[in-house]
Design a protein around this ligand. Structure first.
Ligand SMILES: *Cc1c(COP(=O)(O)O)cnc(C)c1O
Length: 377
């Protein structure tokens, strides 16, 4: 994870302050890994995971498509060299004028999860293709995306029928099994739901063609995760099980799995202290916290591997916190984090697996701290 290129960059450039370094070679390897694991699925990189222009340009040059959450992300994907037919507007919650702007830029593939959203798309992007997102339970995911997006499969039938009636192309079904999904079987239930929607609509003369299987592919944090091949096999088996010989066109939208392990954050210990002479746990304060880009430590959901220069020394659990004057800025407290007892002020720490969902979550100037800087190498 701290690749040789990242190690060399840190040693020679010695950047000041907390920063993220992303190794594009790892992103390239991940892209090829997905392509090999699911050779028949088109890859739509979820731009929100890390929209750095260098990452988008690399992926565009490798043939990736892009799943965008907003018009700004559509513009970033276009600027990176993707044509509009390689872009999907995957957010189910869109202003009608943003649908119109995306459509004006040439985008013609939109996510919906209710009739109201279909009506917006029909007005603002007449004739466009839409896919309907169905709910999943998110079981097995460390960062679930359930409840807020999608509708139940029987409602998806009505939504897609409405799209058809309003002159849109009812193209298929999408779902997201939850981010950092560690169960390779998690796609099975959602694919069964998708097949049910396909079949019911076919009986009504509407023939869907596309299943968007979303993201969810994990990054290795502290625990091992299954390989892309293992996910590919399980997903392909589930497709066969539910669609038989009439396999639909499929796409995947990896975000975390594409860039998570490509990045390392360099940070620094600002203070090590205890709250009383008998306090069991040390408090270790870093120069980065929840507001500096580590928002996914919310509820201690994502537990990043942390490397120090003293890892051969004895370790004891400590409460790890960020530098801001906000008591919510604590990274790990319910489950204290083991760090070397010799760790001291000024020590550098490397926080691994931080290529996804970090820079864009950093606040603009909370406590006067600048947003997380990124070096894409
Ligand atoms: C966030 C998101 C993704 C990416 O999810 P990961 O778990 O990071 O792979 C894919 N599709 C949609 C619609 C998303 O909102």
């Amino acid at each position: 994870m701290a690749t040789q290129r990242i190690t060399d960059f840190l040693a020679t450039r010695r950047p000041e302050g907390p920063c993220l370094i992303v190794d594009l070679d790892v992103v390239r390897d991940n892209f090829h890994g997905f392509r090999k694991a699911l050779p028949d699925s088109a890859i739509f990189y979820a731009v929100k995971a890390n929209p750095a222009p260098e990452i988008l340009s690399l992926l565009a040059s490798l043939g990736s498509n892009f799943d965008c959450a907003s018009v700004a992300e559509v513009e970033m994907a276009l600027a990176a060299g993707a044509s509009a037919d390689r872009i999907s507007y995957g957010n189910t919650i869109k202003k009608e004028r943003d649908i119109a702007r995306a459509h004006g830029l040439g985008v013609s593939l939109f996510a919906v999860d209710c009739v109201e959203e279909v009506e917006k798309v029909a007005r603002a992007a007449p004739g466009a293709r839409v896919f309907c997102r169905v709910l999943t339970d998110g079981a097995g995911a460390e960062w679930p995306l359930s409840r807020k997006f999608g509708c139940v499969p029987v409602m998806a039938i009505d939504v897609l029928e409405a799209a058809h009636r309003l002159g849109l192309v009812a193209t298929g079904v999408s779902f997201h099994v939850g981010s950092q999904q560690t169960n390779t079987e998690a796609w099975d239930g959602a694919l069964a739901d998708a097949a049910f929607v396909f079949q019911t609509l076919a009986e009504r003369g509407i023939f869907l063609t596309l299943v968007n299987m979303g993201g969810g592919f994990p990054t290795r944090y502290l625990k091992d995760v299954p390989t892309a091949e293992a996910y590919g096999r399980s997903i392909f088996d589930a497709l066969r099980r539910h669609f038989g010989n009439h396999l639909p066109e499929t796409i995947i939208e990896p975000g975390r799995g594409m860039v998570g392990d490509a990045g390392v954050i360099k940070a620094e210990v600002v203070l090590v202290s205890r709250k009383s002479a008998t306090d069991e746990n040390r408090w270790v304060y870093l120069d980065i916290g929840k507001f500096g880009g580590l928002a996914e430590t919310m509820d201690e959901a994502i537990r990043y591997p942390i490397v120090t220069g003293r890892d051969d020394d004895q370790k004891e659990p400590c409460i790890l916190a960020g530098p801001t004057c906000d008591s919510a800025d604590v990274l790990y407290e319910k489950m204290p984090y083991p760090l070397p007892i010799t760790l001291t002020v000024g020590d550098e720490v490397l926080i691994k697996g931080t290529g996804a969902y970090t820079t864009t979550y950093a606040s603009v100037a909370f406590n006067g701290i600048e947003p997380l800087r990124a070096y894409i190498i």
